[in-house]
Write a protein that binds this ligand. Structure first.
Ligand code: HDD
Length: 711
């Protein structure tokens, strides 16, 4: 248990992390201990436990002779190897994960009887898996795509999975359309192109024919689809859920994860370059942050709508293509999640973790959102073929910390040796165990919320799901001018890759024109199409003109530049004192300065000392950093000014609107001008301005000046 009491919600948003002692608090770690395999000091053996004398040579008839079938050691090894791969997830195949914990800010008993939200002293272990959607397991991390944000809470009352995304809405309203949507976005079936991208005909064909996707496509064309880091994404449960308190009173809720690191994105040029230069950019970023102790944190919050207010909005709460604007219903913070431990084994933990939106605990329940209802079936079904049968809950990463006795028996990969003779209920032979727990206010058995339904059995979409454009418009109009430009560019880029003109025209005229005519005109111009002058449907518009909470610019974060990567460019002749001063100043802000040299060899400072570097400027290009500083030193500056590699590094950083500290000479050589984020010298004033600029993530004011810089 943590020695420190958790802060009140407000303070917690601002204060530093109080990390409970990991070994003592992470019950999941302890429960995994018995299955963790450590071969240190152990003999090499077969799966049957036989010690192996020779792991280099197959058993053969003579040293130049044929191999013998009786070599059970070779056969066992090869057979196991042949079956090492399991089917990757049909969607969200590319992902990474981390362990951590959740801690409630207080007792939320008025809202829910779920125990993990009632006791601020309780540490609930969690495992999170972040993912992209379209690409296969080996695809690039930084592609334009939705990011999965799936959290498994190992609560005392059973596992609760919050299987969300980094966008609060979805492409379709009914689960029956999911296979169609996924087939459309996946690589095209004839040539399996493109990998990890939606910029192709079948995706745009589908979404231009299915206007309910308009809102989500806006999100996917926004900067949210190219996050700077998995640590810098919001997460959303998307659907409306229910929370139910001990008195049986239910409220509708939408779940939100708010990152303390802020919400920040890559630029499209960076994302594309990173996809080649570091396919693992985001999993590496998360891994390194956790290894270096910069534990990322999110606040879990809910928008609460009393049952009585269900029909108060100009959209349907059950429609997963709609948000509840935060200006209408603010997010109430419930607690925080900290990710503080990397997995020991990727396959065992990240690949085998099995989430399901149907994994809920007493105090939480579903709504009738038809997308959610279909998901409740799909996830367990998919694990049957991925994880080889119905016992996947016994795989260590999926095991609840709560006991889970029942009468389910046998099946593939059964790991338990069930004792007793009665595997049925009721029974008298084994004393009737295991027995039901009647529902009760606290610690009772799960009871579904008793919702009254009086309806015809029909296949029909509710009319209240019919407005597909108002919130897409709200989203676009809530963006800053910069974000709007990025959205226009993203649509233009993606549709520019679409071969069939008819699809481009349909998207512009029948989708974009209904969202915003300026957007439609700008995209049309970039595609060489006539700009539409009117939409094709009457759009009623939203209750709000703007929702500031939708703009990333309004989510700077509360941790400053903690965990941000800063390149320190050095070369022979650099002044060691200047390097030291800059590095110390950055470390004082908990940033991660890394020295980069012309090669991976140490550089020789002006005073003769050797300075080891983390990498060469080629090995770690500017796109991997949040800011760049150049320490003083005449000879080093001369060397950098003469180096194409260094100049490219700096110009690219400038073009990507990063904060820079340069020397006067380099400023002249590069032909750049000082600005809010381009500073000179290594004095405190420059450092302070640099830190502020990195905090702002980009020097947006520089956009126009950077336009003409080649990089
Ligand atoms: Fe899904 C995986 C999120 C709609 C069917 N989904 C999956 C994952 C995430 C989501 C984050 C990866 C979990 C992991 O890391 O293992 N999915 C969503 C969200 C949706 C959504 C936020 C809409 C709001 N999904 C959705 C529908 C269906 C599915 C409508 C089917 C009817 N999703 C699946 C799946 C996957 C999956 C096929 C693939 C692998 C897996 O489940 O474990 O069952």
């Amino acid at each position: 248990m943590p020695s420190k009491k958790p802060d009140s919600p407000k303070q917690s948003q601002l204060a530093g992390t109080d990390t409970p002692d990991r070994a003592n608090t992470n019950a999941k770690i302890q429960s995994l201990e018995s299955v963790r395999s450590d071969a240190t000091g152990q003999a090499l053996r077969t799966n049957q436990g036989v010690r192996i004398a020779d792991n280099q040579n197959t058993l053969k008839a003579g040293d130049r002779g044929p191999s013998l079938l009786e070599d059970f050691i070779m056969r066992e090894k090869i057979t196991h190897f042949d079956h090492e791969r399991i089917p990757e997830r049909i969607v969200h195949a590319r992902g990474t994960g981390a362990h951590g914990y959740f801690q409630s800010y207080g007792n939320h008993a008025e809202l829910t009887k779920a125990g993990f939200l009632q006791d601020p002293e309780k540490i609930t272990p969690v495992f999170v898996r972040f993912s992209t959607v379209q690409g296969p397991r080996g695809s690039a991390d930084t592609v334009r795509d939705v990011r999965g944000f799936a959290v498994k809470f190992y609560t005392d009352e059973g596992n609760f999975d919050l299987v969300g995304n980094n966008m609060p809405v979805f492409f379709i309203q009914d689960a029956i359309k999911f296979p169609d949507f996924v087939h459309a976005v996946k690589p095209e079936p004839h040539n399996e192109i493109p990998t990890g991208a939606s910029a192709h005909d079948t995706f745009w064909d589908f979404v231009s024919l299915v206007p309910e996707s308009a809102h989500m496509v806006m999100w996917a064309m926004s900067d949210r689809a190219i996050p700077r880091s998995l640590r810098m994404m919001e997460g959303f449960g998307v659907h409306t859920f229910r929370l139910i308190n001990a008195q049986g009173v239910a409220s509708f809720v939408k779940f939100h994860w708010k990152p303390r690191q802020g919400v920040h994105s890559l630029l499209w040029d960076e994302a594309q370059k990173l996809a080649g230069k570091d396919t693992d950019f985001q999993r590496r970023d998360l891994w390194e942050a956790i290894e270096t102790g910069d534990y990322p944190e999110w606040e879990l919050g809910v928008q609460i709508v009393p049952e009585a207010d269900e029909h108060k909005f100009d959209f349907d709460l059950l429609d997963p293509t709609k948000i509840i604007p935060e200006e209408l219903v603010p997010v109430t913070p419930l607690g925080k999640m900290v990710l503080n431990r990397n997995p020991d084994n990727f396959f065992a933990e990240v690949e085998q973790v099995a989430f399901c939106p149907g994994h809920i605990v007493p105090g939480i329940d579903f709504s009738n959102d038809p997308l959610l209802q279909g998901r409740l079936f799909s996830y367990t079904d998919t694990q049957l073929s991925r994880l080889g049968g119905p016992n996947f809950h016994q795989i260590p990463i999926n095991r609840p910390v709560a006991p889970n006795h029942n009468n389910q028996r046998d099946a593939l990969h059964q790991h338990l040796v069930h004792k007793g003779r009665a595997s049925y209920e009721p029974n008298s032979i084994d004393g009737g165990w295991p027995k039901e727990t009647p529902p009760a206010a606290q610690d009772g058995g799960f009871e579904s919320y008793q919702e009254r339904i009086d309806a015809h059995k029909i296949r029909q979409r509710s009319e209240s799901f019919g407005d597909h454009f108002s919130q897409a418009r709200l989203f676009f109009q809530s963006m800053s001018p910069t974000e709007q430009q990025h959205i226009i560019k993203a649509y233009s880029f993606e549709l520019g890759k679409v071969e069939r003109e008819a699809i481009r025209v349909r998207e512009v005229n029948e989708i974009l024109a209904n969202i915003d005519l300026k957007l439609a005109a700008a995209v049309a111009t970039n595609l060489g199409l006539p700009a539409p002058t009117a939409g094709t449907v009457q759009v009623k518009g939203s209750q709000l003109q703007q929702s500031p909470a939708l703009s990333q610019m309004n989510h700077p974060g509360v941790v400053g530049i903690k965990g941000r990567k800063i390149a320190v460019l050095v070369a022979d002749g650099v002044e060691a004192a200047s390097v030291d001063k800059l590095v110390k100043a950055l470390e004082a802000h908990s940033a991660r300065p890394l020295l980069l040299g012309p090669t991976s060899a140490p550089v020789k400072a002006a005073d003769g000392t050797q300075l080891p570097v983390a990498a060469s400027m080629e090995g770690m290009p500017s796109i991997m950093f949040d800011g760049i500083v150049v320490p003083a030193g005449k000879a080093a500056t001369d060397a950098l000014a003469a180096s194409g590699l260094a100049k490219h590094f700096l110009l690219e950083g400038y073009k990507h609107l990063k904060a820079l500290v340069l020397t006067q000479e380099l400023l002249g050589t590069l032909g750049l001008k000082e600005d809010k984020g381009l500073l000179l010298g290594d004095d405190q004033q420059a450092v302070d301005a640099f830190v502020k600029a990195v905090e702002g993530h980009r020097v947006w004011e520089r956009e126009a000046a950077a336009e003409s810089v080649p990089a």
